[in-house]
Every structure is written in structure tokens, then in C-alpha cells.
Design a protein around this ligand. Structure first.
Ligand SMILES: [Zn+2]
Ligand SMILES: [Zn+2]
Length: 471
């Protein structure tokens, strides 16, 4: 299964196989480990995170409206973003083995892929989701974890001065009354004379005379006071504590637990099952598309052939036939118009951008002063590899099926290609200005064949995306 990825650095989409994505995320998240069962657990977690975004599990892809499955921005589609680099050689073999051994496996709760939270070290017990996210998540319950107890925490102490604490926490400490400050278990039971000289004070477990303190600490007099100026804050565990404890999981793996037992230990009540991939018979289940029959309404009457066929009628009929074919295969199809009404370019782009389809496909006819011009051509936006791929499949299918002259698939800076955020394709099917093309376009059987040719190209595209993980 191919994933369409939106690169937030270059603003361009590209494609990557699901298992290659899983391998990169596994290597990145598991912190260089080569422990087989730990890597398998991380591979299943990565695949689960990706499965949540797919149409198969009701995901809508990246929600920024670019029509891609995921984007590379950390925290948007994936917690860690998408590691740009390939898997390091040191862990390559172990990581790819783990990906292969867990082929298609994901973590499900109630039939839905879970959000596989993990953290570095829980320090004794993981957290209930409501304490961190504010929401109760049934599979994120507190579980005891003794597995990570021997692991050292990284960077688990921090020193703060009193003014720093006041500034960071936006709070004020109560200043000590008078000059002496009783600090339980440290400085206590102080006895001072009228002049402020310390007679006796208990420090820790012992009681001292003021003069002893003066000598031992080399103070300049017995008239002293003290206040706390620094706090050392120590933490047990590292991370939010939700879901899988990475150190604990590594120790479980080392002691012989299998990856599925590790996952079921930290995620309460889940099942590990194979991911469902699109049915080869119904490759379009869950695919969302916008079809655009160009130029409707009474103001768009001009584009007609010598014998009176109007472009807007021919392409609307083809689009309606195409919609029926796609919908039969389970695709969710939206139309910019379904009758002879005028919809502006801006409205067509806006409809697509609010619908967030995988593809926006506009169908129209070409027209030229010279009546002998004929053939089919396609346009896509520069750098849109998915758009280019579908455009080429479509051109091939249409030209073969209709015997049309192939005028090529190329990039253009048309308004719709630029403003529609999904992968978009403009199909110009024959020339309405050519009388032979016009006659063909007038026939119902021909229009049906044209719709079928486009439909077959779309099926081929999705079969190639789904098919690669089923082998
Ligand atoms: Zn995103
Ligand atoms: Zn732990």
C-alpha cells in the first residue's frame, strides 16, 4: 500500500510504501535498539498510527486539506513527524526483520486502530489517560511496571533558585516572618536572645550552640539567620507516562516476552490483528473524489461544436456516468455540479478544498480555431507525483479505449490546478471544434466508453496502491 505524503518543507507530495514508512518510524522511535521483540512492538505501533489515517479505517488523511495521507510536520499527523533519513545501517537488518515479521499487524480496540502512546520510562506505573489528556481512553489505563526500575533516568534532576521558581510558576513565596526560618527536619527549635544572637538551634538530627555553628561554618558572628535559596527537583521516570513504557518494554523483551504480550501488557484490552487492505474486487471503497464537469450555466453557452453540441452537456453526461461507475465500487464521489448550473472556478476549488478528496478530476473538451485539431490531453500540477501518475494512467486508458490521438500529459499553472489543494487533473477529452470528435461525443455509447476508460484508470491506480502489501 502506497502512502501519499505531504512534505511541509518543499510543499510537495510524494509517495512511500507503507512498510518503508513503518521501518523509518520504528528505527526512529525505538532509539537504536536491536532487540527483536521490542522492534516488533514498535513496528506494530507505527503501522497502527499510520492505519488510523487511512480511508480503510475511516481516517481522512492529513487534515490540513492537501489530500495526502500524512504530512511530515511533527505533531500534526504523526507524533514524531516523519524521519527524513533512511534507516541507519547499524539497525537496518533488525528493523526490516521486525517489519516483515509483523506484516500487516496493527493494534485494535473495538475494531479501531488505537493511538499508540509511548514514553521513555514510567518509573513504576503508567498513567490513566484522563490525568494527562483530560479524556478517558479505555485502553490507556494505569498498569504497574516494575520492568523499568533498574533503568537510570536521563536528566532527571533540575536545580532552581527561588526567584526562578517564582518566575516559571508565576507564583510568590511567603517571605519568612522575622529573620529566622523554621525548615522542618533541617533547621528547627531555634533559640535566640534579645540581641538576635543564636543560643541553640537544631540542625538535622543534632542540636548545636550558636558559637559551635559559628566555628564549624566559619561564620563572622553568632548573630545569623537563613533562608532557602535553591530547590533541587528530582523526577522518577521520563515522559508523560501514557501507554507503553519503552524501558519496561525493552526489559520485557530481554526476558523473553513476545511483542504481542508486551503490547497487550501496556495497552489494556486491545487485540493485535492484521490490517484490512482494500478489497481487490472493490478497490475504491472509502476513496473520496471530486468530479468537475467544466462550465455549466447559461453564461457558458459559447463552447459548442459546428453541429450544435454544447461542451457543458457532453462533459456533464460523461461525469455523471463516471460517478455511477465509481460509486458502484464504493468510492465517495462529490460533484461540482450535477445539472446545467453555473459554478465559478473559485466555488469549484472551494468545494474541493472543503471536501478534501484524494483527487479532483475536471473533465472538459478542447477547442481550437483549426477544425482539424483532435486528440486528448491532460494537465496536472508541477511536482504532484500522484497527480502525474493518475494522469498518465488515464491518458493511456482513454486513448487506447477511444482510439483518440495522444496529445500528452503535462504540467500547467491553471487556476484549478493551483487553487485546489488535492491532487488535481484536468482531462481534455477530444476537440469540440473538430466535427468528427463532436459527432463521437454526441453518442451515448461513446460517452459511456469514455467514462469507463477514466474509471479503469482510477481502479488501476488504487489497485497498485493497495496491491503491493498483499503480495
Ligand atoms: Zn498532517
Ligand atoms: Zn516502566
Amino acid at each position: 500500500m502506497l502512502f501519499k505524503i505531504y512534505d511541509n518543507q518543499t510543499n510537495l507530495p510524494y509517495e512511500m510504501e507503507l512498510d518503508e514508512l513503518v521501518a523509518r518510524m520504528t528505527a526512529f522511535n525505538s532509539g537504536g535498539s536491536t532487540e527483536p521483540e521490542l522492534l516488533k512492538a514498535f513496528a506494530v505501533m507505527a503501522r497502527t498510527e499510520l492505519a488510523r489515517k487511512t480511508f480503510i479505517y475511516g481516517g481522512k488523511g492529513c487534515e490540513s486539506g492537501n489530500g495526502c495521507d500524512i504530512c511530515t510536520e511533527p505533531g500534526h499527523c504523526l507524533e514524531c513527524g516523519l524521519p527524513e533519513v533512511a534507516v541507519e545501517t547499524a539497525v537496518e537488518a533488525a528493523v526490516y526483520d521486525a517489519v516483515k515479521a509483523t506484516h500487516k499487524k496493527i493494534i485494535l480496540f473495538d475494531g479501531r486502530p488505537i493511538k499508540p502512546y509511548f514514553h521513555y520510562r514510567c518509573g513504576g506505573a503508567t498513567e490513566n489517560a484522563e490525568n494527562i489528556t483530560g479524556n478517558r481512553i479505555t485502553y490507556l489505563r494505569r498498569v504497574l511496571c516494575t520492568f523499568c526500575k533498574d533503568k537510570e533516568d536521563i536528566d532527571n534532576e533540575k536545580l532552581f533558585t527561588v526567584p526562578e521558581l517564582e518566575a516559571f510558576l508565576k507564583t510568590r513565596f511567603k517571605k519568612p516572618d522575622g529573620v529566622y526560618y523554621n525548615i522542618q527536619g533541617m533547621f528547627e527549635d531555634i533559640d535566640v536572645d534579645e540581641q538576635g544572637k543564636v543560643n541553640m538551634v537544631k540542625i538535622g538530627s543534632r542540636t548545636y550552640k550558636g558559637v559551635e555553628i559559628m566555628e564549624l561554618l566559619k561564620l563572622s558572628s553568632t548573630r545569623f539567620n537563613y533562608i532557602p535559596v535553591k530547590f533541587l527537583i528530582k523526577c522518577i521516570g521520563t515522559g508523560h507516562g501514557l501507554g507503553l513504557c519503552q524501558c519496561g518494554a525493552a526489559e520485557m523483551a530481554r526476558r523473553g516476552s513476545s511483542f504481542d504480550n508486551i503490547l497487550k501488557y501496556y495497552y489494556t484490552g486491545v487485540k493485535i490483528e492484521e490490517m484490512q487492505l482494500p478489497d481487490a474486487e472493490k478497490p475504491l471503497k472509502g476513496v473520496r473524489l471530486v468530479l468537475d464537469a467544466a462550465f455549466g450555466g447559461e453564461h457558458c453557452d459559447d463552447n459548442r461544436g459546428a453541429n450544435g453540441l454544447r461542451e457543458k452537456d457532453a462533459n456533464l453526461d460523461i461525469v455523471l456516468r463516471l460517478k455511477d461507475l465509481l460509486a458502484q465500487d464504493g468510492a465517495e464521489v462529490h460533484l461540482t455540479r450535477d445539472r446545467d448550473t453555473e459554478v465559478t472556478m473559485a466555488d469549484r476549488a472551494a468545494l474541493s478544498n472543503s471536501t478534501r478528496p484524494e483527487f479532483f478530476i475536471s473533465v472538459g473538451q478542447n477547442s481550437f480555431m483549426n477544425a482539424s485539431a483532435s486528440g486528448t490531453e491532460l494537465y496536472y500540477y508541477r511536482g504532484d507525483t500522484a497527480g502525474e501518475k493518475l494522469a498518465r494512467l488515464m491518458l493511456e486508458s482513454v486513448c487506447a479505449s477511444l482510439g483518440s490521438k495522444n496529445r500528452g500529459a503535462r504540467t500547467a499553472d491553471f487556476y484549478l490546478l493551483r487553487e485546489v489543494k488535492a491532487s488535481s487533473i484536468i482531462l481534455l477529452l477530444l476537440y469540440i471544434s473538430n466535427p468528427q470528435d463532436e459527432e463521437m461525443l454526441s453518442g451515448e455509447a461513446f460517452r459511456q466508453r469514455a467514462a469507463e476508460a477514466v474509471y479503469h484508470a482510477i481502479c488501476t491506480y488504487y489497485r497498485s496502491r493497495a496491491g503491493k502489501t498483499t503480495n
